[in-house]
Design a protein around this ligand. Structure first.
Ligand code: 0L1
Ligand code: MG
Length: 262
């Protein structure tokens, strides 16, 4: 690690305040070009610690930048991992206060709900399918705290991978027997299809992203507990939204979920 504990705590406080006050900032590597991967995840961990200390509840984890479309959109080449809190979850068909966000975008994802804990290293797709109770359509609302979404990967990790809100819903189904690679998704904004794809866009199979996430946490001595919600990453590029927009995600055989920005 290149940063000391005080600097990590200060950067976590700064980034979390930007989230809580819906204001943007320059990427933190401008001030701290020496910041390394361990520093970036330590800042993310400190943001989580702050939320838990205030009574927040951790309900899941997420993989980001898992599709080639998304990697190309952001000019990066590796996935990143973050967490989601209970107050990020929007009821299916519910509303998101746009004013509480900086510049939200939406991503069509698959959510995995674990029936059993998942732990790396050595986690693979078979383990993910065996541990998953059910999968559901999920829309992630990302809201980078960095001005104009201009960042590098380490700054994004420190900023908890732009996590802000998400909705899940539709018809839960066991992933066993479903070909997740050919699972088709259509995301609509105000009734118009704006993004299409299939599960294969996420590293060939969204369960691969979940296995990578379990291995990432396993390398840090952590497991994903039973009951956790896992967002496996955007299947298409992210789509910008504004107040008044309604977004619906339809996934073949798994129904639909939606939210509205007020
Ligand atoms: O969930 C995601 O793929 C977001 C990763 C962070 C990058 C971004 O803000 O687009
Ligand atoms: Mg995402």
């Amino acid at each position: 690690m290149k940063l000391d504990t005080k600097t990590i705590a200060g950067l976590a406080e700064h980034l979390e305040n930007c989230q809580l006050e819906a204001r943007d900032t320059l990427k933190i590597t401008e001030q701290h070009p020496e910041l390394d991967w361990d520093d970036a995840y330590a800042i993310q961990d400190e943001i989580l610690r702050r939320k838990l200390a205030r009574g927040g509840r951790l309900i899941g984890v997420k993989a980001g930048l898992t599709s080639h479309a998304k990697m190309k959109q952001m000019g990066v080449s590796t996935p990143v991992f973050g967490f989601v809190m209970e107050d990020y979850l929007v009821p299916d068909g519910g509303e998101v206060a746009t004013q509480a966000l900086i510049h939200p975008k939406v991503e069509p994802e698959l959510a995995f709900i674990l029936g059993k804990p998942l732990k790396g290293p050595g986690c693979h797709v078979g383990h993910v399918l065996a541990a998953t109770d059910y999968i559901l359509p999920g829309i992630e609302v990302i809201d980078s705290r960095y001005r104009d979404f201009k960042f590098d990967l380490k700054s994004v990790v420190a900023d908890n991978t732009s996590a802000a809100k998400f909705v899940i819903g539709g018809a839960p189904a066991s992933p066993v027997g479903i070909d997740l690679s050919t699972l088709g998704v259509v995301m609509e904004k105000n009734g118009e299809p704006v993004a299409f794809g299939a599960g294969a866009a996420v590293l060939g199979n969204p369960a691969t992203a979940v296995a990578m996430l379990a291995n990432h946490l396993g390398a840090r001595g952590q497991e994903i507990p039973a009951g956790a919600i896992i967002l496996s990453g955007g299947i298409t590029e992210a789509i910008a939204v504004a107040a008044g927009d309604t977004v619906t995600l339809r996934v073949h055989g798994l129904g639909s979920t939606s939210l509205r920005f007020n």
